[in-house]
Design a binder for this molecule. Structure first.
Ligand code: KIV
Ligand code: ZN
Length: 520
């Protein structure tokens, strides 16, 4: 059968830590259910001790998501470990992931601890974590800049005290593949009892080498890869799950009998779900999941692919669940056709949910002749994935006057945390006027960092997709809105981003309060 490489997904922890990627508890739950369908081995659901929100997310995922091992990060502190264990209590299978830095620069300037003190903390933390579960992972943060002999000692200490997984993070994305592969091999050859644990890697992408480093590590004996969907994560991100998994699958000739249990047909859907939830989309040329990943534009390529697909394609788009057939539904399509198309796209709904979607679908099909997959996804997202109480700003109504000989003027009525407000503003165009009216009604002026609008599908009745990136009091957030009306799409994108920024700001404040109280 071969040897398994465990896939440890940290989208909800390392991924979510990145600016503009924060998720609410409900959104994390949605993602976690999809990660379970993707069949990852371990879901790192969060860092339970970081805040009440993190605790709640880990706890609900532990309670509700079945299949993968559910894991929480914890610093090498008894208080953190206790909170992680409590959050994980309802999980069928749980893991505590504890870590401490082992590099000279981190020990001296961040921890202000001597190497011996760090070893003592490892001993205490790992053995304490074993009181709650027999699945304990230990990470030597900044392993790739740690002194080799000390790194071996740290790992040996963790194993002696009960760690079952040892993780080697390239925390700052500093390693080069050959060098990282050698490090893994040296650890395997020099640390006593290393064969009793699973050796894991966790690579960041600061030099664009996270996937290459992870795969080289696997080639040299690592058997767990920590990664994220779409490669999201701190700074330049983490190794992308879809790239690691597909490389192992497509290049069996190189990797031999190594395999993962990931259901690759769920990759595309998982990637899209994450995009919709966070409002951040992958670039078109992103490996495996980008819009152009399987598009052939040049005549020579098209001719080659038509003659024999494998001339220019090294994997089948179907293997990653990439939607190839662009079946178009319209106002004459019935409930049955809609249900079938939704199932082909990987969505399953109850009868009541389907009724709701069908009603919205009919409204949309009345407004535009052809309803594409992108339209359906957008509709589902808006119907099911936004949560009322996480939308502090809700636009009730707006009206815009615009023409070739007048100053565009917009009036907006909205609710802010339940309170009704109204304002009128002029602007440099109808979108600008409407956004300014919203800002005036709210009395805030976020910095607009990016705004774009594009047609999702052909024809002038297409749905427009607007994207907004903004900053509110130092908090960055992205939003997306889809509608056949470009002003409405822009308003939706703007309020989506604004709501994320407001919710995130409150979440950060809550974390700070908890830190001040000394819980973390
Ligand atoms: O990058 C890193 O070092 C981490 C650890 C906490 C595993 O995320
Ligand atoms: Zn990391």
């Amino acid at each position: 059968m071969g040897e398994k490489v465990y896939i440890f997904d940290t989208t909800l922890r390392d991924g979510e830590q990145a600016p503009g990627f924060s998720m609410t508890t409900e959104e994390k739950l949605q993602m976690a259910h999809q990660l379970a369908k993707l069949n990852v081995d371990i879901i790192e659901a969060g860092f339970a001790a970081a805040s009440k929100g993190d605790f709640e997310a880990v706890n609900r995922i532990a309670k509700e998501v079945k299949g993968p091992v559910i894991c929480s990060l914890a610093r090498a502190l008894e208080s953190d470990i206790e909170i992680a264990a409590k959050a994980l209590e309802p999980a069928e299978r749980k893991r505590i992931h504890t870590f401490i830095a082992t590099s000279p620069i981190h020990m001296e300037y961040k921890l202000r601890m001597t190497p011996d003190q760090v070893l003592e903390r490892i001993e205490k933390a790992v053995s304490f974590a074993r009181n709650f579960t027999d699945d304990v992972e230990f990470s030597c943060e900044d392993a790739t800049r740690s002194e080799r002999e000390f790194l071996y000692r740290a790992i040996e200490t963790a194993i002696k005290n009960g760690a079952t997984v040892i993780n080697i993070p390239d925390t700052v994305g500093y390693a080069i593949p050959e060098e990282f592969g050698q490090l893994i091999e040296d650890i395997l050859n020099n640390v006593p009892n290393i064969d009793k644990v699973i050796l894991s890697v966790h690579c960041h992408d600061d030099l664009g080498l996270a996937t290459a480093n992870s795969l080289t590590a696997v080639k040299h004996g690592a058997r767990q890869v920590e990664c994220t969907i779409n490669g999201i994560g701190e700074r330049a991100g983490n190794a992308a799950l879809e790239e690691v998994v597909m490389a192992l699958k497509v290049r069996k000739d190189f990797f031999g009998d190594l395999y993962t249990d990931v259901n690759t047909k769920e990759i595309y859907k998982t990637s899209r779900l994450l995009c919709r939830i966070t409002g951040n989309f992958v670039q078109p040329n992103k490996a495996i999941v980008g819009d152009n990943a399987f598009a052939h534009e040049s005549g020579i390529h098209q001719h080659g692919v038509l003659s024999h697909r494998m001339t220019y394609e090294i994997m089948n788009p179907e293997d990653v669940g990439f939607p190839m057939s662009r079946i178009v539904l319209g106002k004459h399509s019935g409930r049955h056709a809609l249900k079938r198309r939704l199932e082909e796209l990987g969505f399953k709904f109850t009868k009541e949910e389907l009724d709701r979607i069908f009603e919205k679908f009919k409204e949309l099909a009345d407004r535009k002749k052809e309803v594409y997959d992108e339209d359906l996804e957008a509709l589902i997202y808006q119907e099911f994935m936004r949560i009322e109480d996480q939308e502090p700003v809700k636009v009730l109504h707006f009206q815009v006057q615009s023409g070739d000989n007048m100053i565009p003027t917009a009036t907006v009525k909205l609710l802010f945390k339940g309170e009704e407000r109204e304002a009128t503003s002029t602007g440099n165009g109808p979108v600008d006027a409407t956004i300014k009216a919203i800002q005036k009604a709210l009395g805030i002026e976020p910095k607009l960092l990016d705004y774009s609008i594009k047609a999702l599908t052909p024809n002038t009745d297409a749905q427009a997709e607007a994207r907004v990136v903004l900053e509110l009091d130092g908090v960055k957030a992205s939003g997306r809105g889809v509608d056949t009306d470009i002003i409405k799409a822009s308003v939706k994108a703007f309020t989506d981003a604004l709501n994320r920024a407001i919710v995130r700001k409150e979440y950060i404040l809550q974390r700070e309060e908890i830190r001040e109280e000394g819980t973390v």
